[in-house]
Design a protein around this ligand. Structure first.
Ligand code: NOJ
Ligand code: NOJ
Length: 631
């Protein structure tokens, strides 16, 4: 039976609201039919997805002629819509999937893709663009480039600050593989310098607003913030295993974790995906499903602080987001609660009239497969008052409590969630093009595939969701080292330095091997004591277009050169309290001289009066705050 007709059949019976109960033979038979049909869909679609995904990567991808080596084209579509660009977000997520697949099954083709990607991004980081350049890192927030790696100067919703952390995450997956296989020096000398720029950007700019992943809302986006947290936690740990450190990572990450929590709507039980902007929307958005699956770390179980897929928060949110699409699309009509429906970006969407997307429907499935992995691993499922409504849709008789793997409730939940997840895949099966091609969207009224053809991200979303269904656990990002909320939640942004990575020649034949004990940095340097976090708070009344910078006698302070000075943030500026602020990591015990400068909109520089300000960085681990007034 075709998956879609079995789905419709299910819808008809679902009014009995008993699906998932072991005694319901009909439901069990339907579940078996869906499973078989999804098994066979995956078998056919997997090689097609790999082939079409790789076709979109330069320079030799079959649909990527003209794209530079390692460049992931968003879609080969050159008009209606024109997606013939490389978006940093899409590329990073696709490479994250490739690097994970490669980690599970060694494959020279995929390894070459990852290496080409690192090389292309090392170049791209140095391309100045409408957002800025690499001198203070600002240019890393640019959204998309031409496929030959030149800048795009048209109008766009920029910056988008998820690109750098996502790209760091993708490259860190490969760096860890290198370390685990005895190639630590390759990870340190070639990959780390590229990763480091993106981590430095994240630590410096995470708390500034930008456009969300759908490129429409200027504000703070849950997806961006959770990716930023993950990247810095992962970066701190990776730095140590490379024998170096990322103090900014470990300093800033806990403060981001605080901010992650503030997107939660306690009354409604879902994540408000955009805050500090986008208030005309209700907040339910596939943004949060993607945040959850891309921060999956099976080693922290169902942790809610990091919004793990099986946490009660993320499951309650899953229900809210999926339910928000039930009544708005014609193709979802008649499908009962507890059964999968097509999922879009957010219900107010009007792009192409607002349709379901392949990658968001797949994300809904992936979160459920992730959860199944963890429940089976821990041998129990906990239902809280928060997640109860999610579970009741699937197993109506369930109550709150912890159910061990020997209980019938556990079995009923596992079976019901598996079938629910498979139904989302069955929707993809029924909406794909006959040749297996997956574009960006399918029509909300007719289900017909539309918008950007062969969207690279759609293929990647299919491959990661089905890898989880097969029980493939993504490499841990060390979430367990960073899922505790700190006492001090004050936002801190650490300014850093950037440099173009020049060495991108990967040695050949780096095949699977054993970790080399001599090269791994085994004694982690205690972080925070060789460098001390110094916050500079300057009160300076400024006119629109003027910026305050910090300059001084240290490379981190631009060596007295205002063009290399550090831009302070005006995020806390009000007319009654004209606060400009930035934090810098400076060497403990260092004697520092500095001044603030006011940079006018025409670029001219006004210096504070003499003498230079002077202080000595303490030799303890304690943070220091300097409070200054413009002179
Ligand atoms: C193009 C963007 O890629 C898309 O996300 C957005 O919805 C439309 N522009 C409309 O602003
Ligand atoms: C529009 C999507 O909204 C955005 O997330 C994506 O990066 C671009 N299309 C390119 O695929």
């Amino acid at each position: 039976m075709h998956a879609l007709s079995s789905l419709l059949l299910l819808g008809a019976y679902a009014t009995q609201a008993v699906f998932g109960r072991p005694e319901d033979l009909h439901a069990r038979r339907e579940a078996a039919i869906i499973k078989r049909s999804v098994d066979s869909f995956i078998q056919t679609q997997t090689p097609i997805s790999w082939e079409r995904l790789l076709c979109n990567i330069g320079s030799d991808g079959c649909r990527a002629q003209g794209a530079a080596s390692g460049v992931v084209v968003a879609s080969p579509s050159k008009s209606n819509p024109d997606y013939w660009y490389t978006w940093t977000r899409d590329a990073a997520l696709v490479l994250k999937g490739i690097a994970e697949a490669f980690t599970h099954d060694y494959n020279t083709t995929l390894q070459r893709q990852v290496q080409n990607f690192v090389g292309s991004q090392a170049k791209l980081q140095g391309v100045s663009n409408p957002v800025g350049d690499l001198s203070n890192g600002a240019g890393l927030g640019e959204v998309k480039f031409y496929v030959d790696l030149t800048k795009f100067t048209g109008e766009w919703g920029r910056p988008q600050r998820d690109g750098p952390p996502l790209r760091a995450i993708a490259m860190m997956t490969y760096a860890r593989w290198l370390i685990n296989n005895g190639y630590t020096s390759t990870a340190r000398d070639i990959v780390w310098p590229v990763i480091k720029n993106d981590l430095t950007y994240t630590a410096q700019y995470w708390n500034q607003t930008g456009f969300d992943l759908w490129e429409e809302v200027q504000g703070s986006s849950f997806f961006t913030i959770t990716a930023s947290h993950r990247a810095l936690i992962e970066g701190a740990v990776l730095a140590q295993s490379l024998g170096t450190s990322c103090t900014a990572c470990s300093t800033v990450a806990p403060r981001i974790l605080c901010f992650v929590q503030s997107f939660w709507n306690q009354n409604q039980g879902y994540v408000v995906s955009n805050i500090n902007g986008g208030n005309y929307r209700n907040g339910r958005d596939a943004n949060s499903l993607l945040a959850s699956i891309h921060n999956f770390d099976a080693a922290v179980g169902c942790d809610a602080n990091t919004f793990q897929p099986c946490s009660d928060k993320a499951l309650s949110n899953h229900k809210s987001v999926v339910d928000s699409f039930r009544s708005i699309y014609t193709i979802n009509r008649g499908i009962a609660q507890g059964h999968a429906v097509a999922v879009g970006r957010y219900s107010e969407d009007v792009y192409y009239n607002g349709n379901p997307w392949y990658l968001t429907t797949l994300a809904a499935a992936e979160q459920l497969y992730d959860s199944l992995i963890v429940w089976k691993q821990q041998g129990s499922i906990t239902v809280t008052s928060l997640s109860l409504a999610f579970f009741r849709d699937l197993v109506p008789s369930v109550t709150t409590g912890t159910f061990s793997s020997s209980s019938s409730t556990y079995t009923a939940i596992i079976n019901a969630v598996q079938t629910y997840a498979d139904e989302f895949l069955a929707i993809i099966d029924s909406r794909k093009l006959p040749n297996g091609a997956l574009p960006e969207q399918f029509d909300r009224n007719t289900g017909t595939p539309i918008a950007a053809s062969d969207l690279t991200w759609s293929y990647s979303a299919f491959l990661t969701a089905t890898a989880r269904r097969a029980g493939k656990v993504p490499p841990s990002w060390s979430a367990a080292t960073g899922n505790t909320l700190p006492n001090n939640c004050a936002a801190v942004a650490v300014a850093g330095t950037y440099a173009t990575a020049t060495n991108t020649n990967f040695p050949t034949s780096q095949t699977p091997g054993v970790p080399s004990s001599t090269t791994t940095g085994s004694t982690p340097t205690p972080t925070g004591c060789s460098e001390v976090l110094v916050t500079f708070n300057e009160r300076a009344s400024t006119q629109w277009g003027q910026n305050i910078k910090l300059v001084g006698n240290h490379p981190a302070l631009g060596n007295w050169n205002p063009s290399n000075g550090i831009l302070l943030s005006a995020a806390g500026y009000t007319s009654s309290d004209p606060l400009w602020s930035i934090s810098v990591l400076l060497p403990a015990g260092q004697s520092i001289e500095y001044k603030y400068v006011n940079v006018q909109s025409d670029g001219s520089v006004r210096w504070e009066s003499d003498p230079n300000r002077q202080f000595t960085v303490p030799s303890t681990c304690n943070e220091v705050v300097r409070g200054d007034n413009w002179r």
